[in-house]
Design a protein around this ligand. Structure first.
Ligand SMILES: *Cc1c(COP(=O)(O)O)cnc(C)c1O
Length: 364
C-alpha cells in the first residue's frame, strides 16, 4: 500500500458536487473580486469562530504582516514569538521592520508561557502565538501577561481552524487572529487565501482599507496598502468547505485517536495536547531520536512523511542577519531534529491508518 503524506484530492471528492456547482455559479456570475461570496464568507467565518468581524485576504502571510502593519508595529519594535514555527510567522513580523524575539516551546509545541516575561523590554509591542499543528497554546496565562504589560496579542491560526482553548476558539483571544486557507490547511481553498478575525470594528475597517491599496473610497488612497483580496471563487469554495468543517475536523480527530490508541513503540513519542485545549490535528507530529532511520524505514514501506520543520527560522539563511547560531535555542533545535508528521488527511481510510500504525509499531 502506498500512502502519501497528504491527499488533497480526497478532500475534494468528498464534496465534489457542491464544489463544482459553486465554482460554476461564481464563474457564471461575472463578478470575481470583492463581491457577495467574500462578504458572505466573512460573515460565516466570523460566526464560526465567534469573532465579531472577519476580513478576507489573499494569504496567511498577508494576514500576519498586515496585522502588525495595522497595529502600528514597525522598526524599533520587538515582537515575542515562539522559535519553533513556520517561517511565515516570523516574516509577518520582519516585513514590517520589527524584530522577532524568540521564545522556546513547551512540550505541547506551543510557546512556553513561563519564558515570555523575561523577554519583555521597553521595545516589546506584541506577542505572536502559533497554534502549531492545530494544537492550541494555553491562552489564559498569555492573555493575562499581555494585558498586564499592555502588549498586543496576535494569533497565528494558519493550522488551527476550529481548535479551542477553554472552549473558546483560537483566533479570538487577542487583537487579531490570522488564518491561512492554503489548500493543505484544515479549511483549505483551491489556491491561496487568508483572513483575519477581530473584535474591533475600526481594526476591521483598517484591514479592508489595507487589502485594497489603502482605499476605502475608490481612487482615494489613505495609506500605502496592498493588493490582498480573497477572490470570489476561493471565497465561494471556502463557504462550501466551511459548512462541512465540523465533520472535517471530527474525521481528523478520529485519525489522531486511532494513532494515539494504536501506536505503541518505545522509540517514538506521541503528541499531547495542553490541558483544556481541543486540537484539530492539522498535523500528527511524533518525535523520534532516530528519525532518519525511521524515515528510511517508512519510505521502504511506501509511507510518506514530512518534517515540519527541518530548519527553525532563527537558523534559516533568510535570517542570517539576525546573528543566531546553532545552540542558541536548544529546545527548538532538538525538535527540528526529531519531529516527524505522519499522514493525516480527510478521506484517509481505516486500512491506510492501520497500515501506518502496524509499520511504525514494527520499527525497531
Ligand atoms: C501556512 C502557514 C502560514 C502562511 O500561510 P500562507 O497562506 O501560506 O501564506 C503562516 N503560518 C503558519 C503556521 C502556517 O502553517
Amino acid at each position: 500500500m502506498k500512502i502519501m503524506p497528504n491527499r488533497m484530492d480526497r478532500g475534494f471528492y468528498q464534496y465534489q458536487e457542491e464544489f463544482e456547482e459553486k465554482a460554476l455559479e461564481v464563474l457564471r456570475s461575472g463578478w470575481y473580486v470583492l463581491g457577495k461570496e467574500v462578504s458572505a464568507f466573512e460573515e460565516e467565518f466570523a460566526a464560526y469562530t465567534g469573532a465579531p468581524y472577519c476580513v478576507g485576504l489573499a494569504s496567511g502571510l498577508d494576514a500576519l504582516w498586515l496585522a502588525f502593519r495595522v497595529l502600528g508595529v514597525g522598526p524599533g519594535d520587538e515582537v515575542i514569538v515562539q522559535a519553533n514555527t513556520y517561517i511565515a510567522s516570523v516574516m509577518g513580523i520582519t516585513i514590517n521592520g520589527a524584530t522577532p524575539i524568540f521564545v522556546e516551546p513547551d512540550e505541547h509545541f506551543g510557546i512556553d508561557a513561563g519564558k515570555i516575561e523575561e523577554k519583555i523590554t521597553s521595545r516589546t509591542k506584541a506577542v505572536l502565538v502559533v497554534h502549531l499543528y492545530g494544537m492550541p497554546c494555553g491562552m489564559k496565562r498569555i492573555t493575562d501577561l499581555c494585558r498586564k504589560h499592555h502588549l498586543y496579542l496576535v494569533e497565528d491560526c494558519a493550522q488551527s481552524h476550529g481548535a479551542c482553548c477553554d472552549g473558546q476558539m483560537t483566533g479570538t483571544f487577542g487583537d487579531v487572529g490570522c488564518f491561512s486557507f492554503y489548500p493543505s490547511k484544515n479549511l483549505g481553498a483551491f489556491g491561496d487565501g487568508g483572513a483575519v478575525v477581530v473584535r474591533d470594528e475600526a481594526l476591521a475597517r483598517d484591514f479592508r482599507m489595507y487589502r485594497n491599496y489603502g482605499s476605502e473610497k475608490r481612487y482615494y488612497n489613505k495609506v500605502v496598502g496592498a493588493n490582498s483580496r480573497l477572490d470570489e471563487l476561493q471565497a465561494g469554495l471556502l463557504r462550501v468547505r466551511l459548512r462541512h468543517l465540523p465533520e472535517i475536523t471530527k474525521e481528523r480527530a478520529d485519525i489522531a485517536e486511532a494513532y494515539a490508541k494504536g501506536l505503541d513503540n518505545l522509540l517514538i513519542k506521541l503528541p499531547k495536547l495542553a490541558n483544556h485545549t481541543t486540537g484539530v490535528w492539522h498535523q500528527y507530529v511524533i518525535r523520534c531520536e532516530e528519525r532518519a532511520r525511521l524515515i528510511a524505514y517508512l519510505d521502504e514501506r511506501e509511507i510518506g512523511t514530512i518534517i515540519h520543520y527541518p530548519i527553525p527560522p532563527h537558523l534559516s539563511e533568510a535570517y542570517a542577519s539576525l546573528g543566531y547560531h546553532k545552540g542558541d535555542l536548544p529546545v527548538t533545535e532538538h525538535l527540528a531534529d526529531t519531529v516527524l508528521s505522519l499522514p493525516v488527511y480527510n478521506g484517509m481510510t481505516r486500512e491506510e491508518q492501520d497500515y501506518v500504525i502496524a509499520a511504525i509499531n514494527a520499527f525497531q
